[in-house]
Design a protein around this ligand. Structure first.
Ligand code: FES
Length: 116
């Protein structure tokens, strides 16, 4: 159902939890922007797969359950991200579905702008 409300929790490296709301069809980048979440430098390329600042770390079961694996372009960008984990993804490439409602994602300690 496009447009139904979903909740996402962003967990900072400090442990601080930030609750956010979005809609089915939003990317995690959209949710950060629309909720005005203060993540320094996040989403610098506005989802055009050229920055890696939207790096987030997913719970393993969620990472494994996503229908679309990362593309080569996304993997290239992830290589440039700090704090890379086995379950790292770029937030601009994760589109919210009803199944992802209640998602908790970790924000890496440092945001790296690959364009810098
Ligand atoms: Fe730049 Fe996702 S916002 S790669």
């Amino acid at each position: 159902l496009l447009g139904s409300v979903v909740k996402v929790t962003f967990i900072r490296a400090s442990g601080e939890k930030i609750q956010a709301k979005g809609k089915v069809g939003d990317s995690l980048l959209d949710i950060v922007v629309n909720n005005e979440i203060d993540l320094d430098g996040y989403g610098a390329c506005e989802g055009t797969l050229t920055c890696s600042t939207c790096h987030l770390i997913l719970p393993k079961e969620i990472y494994d359950s996503l229908p679309d694996p990362p593309t080569d372009e996304e993997l290239d960008m992830l290589d440039l991200a700090y704090d890379l984990c086995d379950t790292s993804r770029l937030g601009c490439q994760i589109i919210m579905t009803k199944e992802l409602d209640g998602l908790e994602v970790r924000v890496p300690t440092t945001i790296n702008d690959a364009r810098a």
